[in-house]
Design a protein around this ligand. Structure first.
Ligand code: NAD
Length: 440
């Protein structure tokens, strides 16, 4: 069997092409515009490390599309990040913002570095240099960064401060979201992606598509990744009466059939730096975690975790993609034929960018909403997103709309939710481009 292609750009191309099967008409001259990034900035800069040596770092900031508004997307610090990955993630942000109807385009950034091996001072110097080198391509109405893997509210505070020093006399708070609360951050932003996952899941389950799984309460859940998103998602699901049976971080996973106590996990992780070894739990590898017997699997770590090699072994009835791009297109096809439903990343983790948008709005009007207001609005937005994708999916299932494979010309009985969600988002961006009028 040929090896599965895991190149992020190839995957996003395949997903785009699948989505086209659900789009009735797409102006052919727009296809490249929709697929290609608008701008890629690459910067290499030297940083003096704490031991006095100098190291050169490479960073990227990509804006994929800005038809609906300024670029919006996280900045990740990771040793393995590539330009292709950043472009594909920027693209995903375009579709995500269009799907949840917030006035942003898609962007993403990265610094190739191992944050775990850098001191706080080194990270601050990298962040300030990154921001000053990209000073003229970010801005409240140009491109608005946010946290992603191995960046956090401290990183955002440094970005804001650097931008503000370079651009004095203006309200610069909306230049970045995910800031600390006392610097204009929004209540609920830290928790928004995990909390949004819960809202999307409960709304999806309420459609009663999955026999014997119509609510979160009582569901057995496995979560890969215990960072910002995985941890909050675990707490939110637990709060609604679900049982967390498996959890992992980069050093491995834990399992307990009777359910894992999250307070104990948090305390153990704080003192030991990992989850493995928590008393009363069995040890799993990250690969084994994905295949445990559970109702809902939540990948909340890195991309390409569910692939051709393990998709057939997934026992969950529903996958909720808290992480970006955790499932490959080949795995999508296998899961569909095994009747495993997938709530795709552009729906499942859209809570983060939604509350980022709320933070940006609060900063523009110099207000701070309370947590209740933020969560009410978030829930409404997530529910509306699930409802609109579900309605469209039903239209394909009952034959009101047709899904035609572009290559074979054959009718597809019913598409998966990723394909429907992507098609909806792509159509919105294409239509907005045409309504704005091709310039000049
Ligand atoms: P994080 O850095 O806080 O946490 C990442 C977690 O994944 C950690 O527990 C880490 O130990 C674990 N991990 C890393 N490598 C792993 C591996 N090889 N196998 C298993 N686990 C591994 O990051 P985060 O903010 O929680 O983001 C997680 C995912 O969610 C990413 O894909 C990110 O793009 C996506 N996401 C995050 C947000 C957000 O608001 N933070 C929004 C949308 C999407």
């Amino acid at each position: 069997m040929s090896k599965e292609i895991l190149d992020p750009l190839v995957i996003s191309e395949q997903q785009f092409d699948r989505a086209r099967s659900c789009i009735n008409h797409l102006e052919s001259g727009l296809i490249d515009f929709l697929k290609l990034p608008r701008r890629i900035c690459t910067v290499n800069f030297p940083i003096e490390l704490d031991d006095g040596t100098v190291k050169t770092f490479r960073c990227y900031r990509v804006v994929h599309n800005h038809v609906f508004g300024p670029g919006k997307g996280g900045i990740r610090y990771h040793p393995d990040v590539t330009e292709e990955e950043v472009v594909s993630l920027a693209k995903l942000m375009t579709w995500k913002c269009a799907l949840v109807e917030i006035p942003f385009g898609g962007a993403k950034g990265a610094v190739i570095c191992n944050a775990k091996e850098l001191s706080t001072n080194e990270l601050r110097r990298i962040t300030r240099r990154f921001t000053s080198d990209l000073f003229d391509v970010i801005g409240p109405h140009i491109d608005v960064p946010a946290p992603d893997m191995y960046t956090n509210e401290q990183t955002m505070a440094w970005i804001y401060d650097t931008y503000d020093v370079l651009n004095p006399g203006k309200n610069n708070r909306p230049v970045v979201t995910g800031k600390p609360i006392n610097l204009g951050g929004s209540y609920g932003r830290n928790e928004a992606t995990g909390q949004g996952c819960l809202y999307v899941t409960e709304r999806f389950l309420s459609k009663e598509l999955i026999p014997e799984l119509s609510e979160v309460a009582g569901a057995r859940i496995a979560i890969q990744g215990f960072g910002n998103v995985g941890k909050v998602a675990a707490q939110a699901f637990c709060h609604q009466g679900a049982k967390i049976v498996a959890l992992s971080d980069s050093s491995g996973g834990i399992y307990s059939e009777s359910g894992i106590d999250l307070d104990e996990v948090v305390a153990f992780k704080r003192s030991h730096g990992c989850l493995v070894g928590l008393p009363g739990t069995l040890t799993l590898t990250n690969e084994e975690l994905l295949e445990v017997d559970c109702d809902i699997l939540v990948p909340a770590a890195i991309s390409n975790q569910i692939h051709a090699g393990n998709a057939n072994n997934i026992k969950a009835k529903l996958i909720v993609e808290a992480a970006n791009n955790p499932t490959t297109p080949v795995a999508d096809s296998i899961l569909k034929s095994n009747k495993v439903y997938v709530i795709p990343d552009i729906m499942a983790n859209a809570g983060g960018v939604t509350v980022s948008y709320y933070e940006w709005v609060q900063n523009q009007i110099n207000e701070q909403w309370d947590l209740d207001t933020v969560n009410k609005r978030l829930k409404q937005k997530m529910y509306r997103c699930v409802d609109s994708v579900f309605l469209r999916w039903q239209a394909f299932v009952i034959g009101e709309e047709e899904c035609i494979d572009r290559e074979s010309g054959e009718k597809i009985a019913y598409p998966d939710f990723r394909t429907v969600a992507l098609a909806t988002a792509i159509e919105r961006v294409a239509n907005a481009t045409l309504v704005r009028g091709i310039w000049p």
